[in-house]
Design a protein. Sequence first.
Length: 454
Amino acid sequence: MDLIGYIDSKRDEHLNELKELLRIPSVSTKSEHKPDIEKAARWVAEKLRAAGLENVEIAPTKMHPLVYGESLHAPGKPTVLFYGHYDVQPAEPLDLWTTPAFEPSVRDGRIYGRGTADDKGQVHIHLKALEALRQVNGKLPVNVKIMIEGEEEVGSVSLWDFVRDNRERLKADALIVSDTAMLAKGVPSITYGLRGLNYYQVEIAGPAQDLHSGVFGGAVPNPITILAETIAKLHDKNFRVAVPGFYADVAILSKRERTALNALPWKEAEFRKTVGAPALDGEKGFSIVERLWARPTLELNGIWGGYTGEGAKTVIPSKAYAKFSTRLVPAQDPAKIAKLVERHFRKLLPKSVVCNFQVLSTGKPWVAPYSHPIFQEAIHALESGFKKKAVFIREGGSIPFVTQMHDTFKIPCVLMGFGLPDENAHAPDEHLSLENYFGGIKSVALFYERLANL
């Protein structure tokens, strides 16, 4: 039986096995799920062995275990390192799920359950592709190293320690990641660029304690009011970030790349439907695709302070808080941007309040030259696996690990994702298209085969 025929013959078996993994509530952020995390790690290790990998280990870390395995029996052939994660986001709010989050169900050509798209379903695609190659050919066509962590949803706390401690062991010719989405249904995609991410938290302190708004109102600073006024000044009327120097180093898209991105089969009407807002907004002078992928942003992520309980409580709060982030594009330096943002934010505040400004995390943007042969092999594999034209896209989100690996090992990073933008990752009714799941197994298997000829 040929490779594609073998994969087709295993559809039910593969789907049932994926359901096993999805039933494990491996929620990394909740301590009560520690036994489930460990169960998921054991499950992944078992399937790595079944796929023919050796030296499989469940490596303990400061938080959750990392699973590693390798197959190095293809002398003279490329070595690829595949990265994924088996941990998932919490399922709450549970009442918004049509069927329980950890009882996977198939409806309308999709499989529903927490972790289907992010990232268990995509990890399982690679496991089944490798298993198919071994079963059909008796061995894997390239050298493979696999690293599946259990902390991605809580910031990959221990991942980089593992990489640094195993630098020689993890050397490879390319990094493969499946934790991204395709452009749209029926459009298989390779992601060649990611935005960087800085995350901030501010505390604005005014009075020494909460005050009666009738007794003191009109004569003392209100931290919520001052915070809101400051936030409103972070953008101009064209929705450009108003921080001086913020755009100074932004890499401008070439005419060729800008034309290619705006020619993608991307439908604004579908995007608007996914968003669900009355209208769209963003930086003037750029298309929606450019705003999402190639322009930097500053977004408020949360704001709180004062009384928010039931009924009325007339207070002037002592403090107010906000969390916000900046998405960065190539040539912007995260450390430089953090300093610019903090300096501008403090400059906007009156002397009647004190500001505690924290930079919680920073992350660099990444972009790859997709003319590299490995990207071309990936695009051809997708087209063969899906029988549809594949495209190169950017992604507005951030995967810090990709940038770290690229900078450390100087290797190409191929982001071959099989999710869709509307599959509710991190939200109720998360799902994965079965067309993408089975097409993904075929494409990944063909990709590994094609790599043997590089």
